[in-house]
Design a protein around this ligand. Structure first.
Ligand code: GLN
Length: 538
């Protein structure tokens, strides 16, 4: 039977519970254990697919086409766990299922209530993930902060689960904040005491506390927290701020977190450590030999989380090239108003990420033009590919008014149009072309060189596609169609001849990149950009 680690958060949000969960997954995996991870999100949306980036940050897509919380991105980047729709449980999904059962008559005669019906459904959904699979440890992160009304059913469910499973099968870890008050020159433990107090009121006694802090916790501070929170001294882990999230597993290991978890859960595993990860990621991250500046031209660049996987994949590409990465975040609306030169003249590569809606589009098209004309390495992703096609159609093929029907339904040249299967769809939730699809690469293309094979599979999230009626005209002028979804001949990758590296794809390569295994397109994009860069670090 799989064992469970339940992770809650206290005091404030944004403590990095997702990174902490992913790092615990990494630590356990490095000891030969098989892990999987679940994120529980207390909001009422069935999934985050219908929320905008201001509400939610990035929507992360799994192979099986689930639109999920961005923490699943951290889980997949840190571990080898393959996640899917069952790994993200939301209040919306739980209620949806309970209410459907009620309508079907499954609870006939009963009053349907939060306890036990909602909590039972949560427990079932958590347990389902490991059923029939060889999983040693399931890490379950509960979103939100302890004390939130909407998180209560999840906390009640994990309380009951631990009771049902027994102490050796489930533990609770609480991630909390120990602030440093500059004026007093001290760290403060009271918020943590209160947060653990709230947890205990609802029947959960944490076994381990992960304390986020700016200053390392002294022995005395740890003892104080342990005493008032009712845990052993060495169960208080000091999680000091670090430069890179990829250092967190090492910080945890040095604090003895892995040993403690193994002891509490009585896990049988190897005594290996993080050697491979530290060699492949941290050493290279800390010793770059060159510097590369990449412009990301989008409309959500003020938000930290909107392009999370893209930023991470750029870091991975830089690690693979032993380079230090500088990301220049460019607002496409500013670029539209003030011109490309102002924002792009000093960058080594240009990336246009995915997106929806008309706002900022003309700025992105200008950025594509700048990359094409000035031979700056370019990577376009999803909407980034669509804008690249529009730019090429307008400025190279002479189809001045070319556009996507997403932005102008009446355009005389709909070079990007709605996919046939999308035309009859009206509902918005989980109805895009989602998840993994195969793609066949053209021999000797830049993509083929990057992947070193011809058959690939990548993740998607889009409704529009390159209009095949325009394919010949685009190709005649030098656009290379280098990747196609064979089943219905849908264009997946385009490239440019006579350009050092210009690749744009309809799918989202960023979702499959890892720090120790950079995605081939990101790796080669950074490599090409380094060819442009002049700055050697010495
Ligand atoms: N809005 C475009 C579409 O739906 C692009 C989507 C995206 O970039 N994820 O096709």
């Amino acid at each position: 039977m799989a064992k469970y680690i339940f992770i809650t958060g206290g005091v404030v949000s944004s403590l990095g519970k997702g990174i902490a969960s992913a790092s615990i997954g990494k630590l356990l995996e490095s000891k030969g254990l098989k892990v999987t991870l679940i994120k529980c999100d207390p909001y009422l949306n069935v999934d985050p697919g219908t929320m905008n980036p201001f509400q939610h940050g990035e929507v992360y897509v799994t192979d099986d086409g689930a639109e999920t919380d961005l923490d699943l991105g951290h889980y997949e980047r840190f571990t080898n766990a393959v996640l899917g729709k069952d790994n993200n449980i939301t209040t919306g999904k739980i209620y949806h299922s309970v209410i459907s059962k009620e309508r079907r008559g499954d609870y006939l005669g009963k009053t349907v209530q939060i306890i036990p019906h909602i909590t039972d459904e949560i427990m079932k959904s958590i347990k389902k993930v490991a059923y029939g699979r060889k999983i040693d440890v399931v890490i379950v992160e509960i979103g939100g902060t302890v004390g939130d009304i909407e998180g209560l059913p999840f906390l009640e469910a994990i309380r009951q689960l631990r009771l049902e499973m027994g102490r050796e099968y489930a533990i609770n870890i609480h991630v909390t904040l120990v602030p440093y008050i500059k004026a007093a020159g001290e760290i403060k433990t009271k918020p943590t005491q209160h947060s653990v107090g709230t947890l205990r009121e609802i029947g959960i006694q944490p076994d381990i506390l992960i304390c986020r802090t700016e200053k390392p916790l002294t022995k005395e501070a740890k003892e104080k927290i342990a005493l008032f929170c009712n845990v052993e001294d060495d169960a208080v882990i000091s999680a000091i701020d670090v430069n890179s999230i990829y250092e967190v597993p090492t910080v945890f290991r040095k604090e003895g977190l892995d040993k403690r978890i193994i002891r509490l859960l009585n896990l049988k595993c190897d005594d290996r450590d993080l050697f491979d990860w530290e060699e492949a990621v941290l050493k290279r991250l800390n010793k770059p030999s060159e510097k590369v500046t990449i412009a990301v031209v989008g409309k959500y660049i003020t938000l930290q989380d909107a392009y999370k996987s893209i930023y991470e994949a750029l870091i991975h590409g830089s690690i693979a090239n032993d380079a230090e990465l500088v990301i220049k975040k460019v607002d496409s609306e500013d670029l539209e108003k003030e011109g490309s030169e102002r924002y792009l003249k000093d960058v080594d590569g240009i990336l246009i990420p995915g997106g929806f809606g008309h706002r900022g589009i003309e700025g992105k098209i200008k950025a594509v033009k700048y990359a094409r004309e000035n031979k700056i390495p370019f990577l376009g992703i999803c909407l980034g590919m669509q804008t690249a096609v529009i730019e090429f159609a307008r400025n190279v093929c002479g189809l001045n008014k070319a556009n996507s029907t997403e932005f102008n339904k009446k355009t005389p040249h709909p070079v990007i149009c709605l996919q046939e299967e999308q035309k009859k769809i009206t509902a918005k939730g989980a109805t895009m072309r989602l998840g993994k699809y195969n793609c066949r690469l053209r021999k000797d293309s830049k993509s083929n060189k990057a992947y070193k094979k011809e058959a690939i599979s990548e993740r998607h999230r889009h409704r529009y596609e390159l209009n095949n009626d325009y394919r010949d005209r685009l190709e005649q002028k030098g656009l290379v169609i280098s990747g196609v979804y064979p089943t219905n001949n849908l264009v997946e990758i385009i490239e440019l001849k006579d350009h050092p590296w210009f690749v744009a794809c309809q799918f989202h390569p960023e979702f499959k990149s890892k720090p120790d295994k950079a995605h081939p397109l990101f790796r080669d994009f950074i490599k090409a950009s380094l060819g442009n860069a002049t700055c050697l670090l010495k």
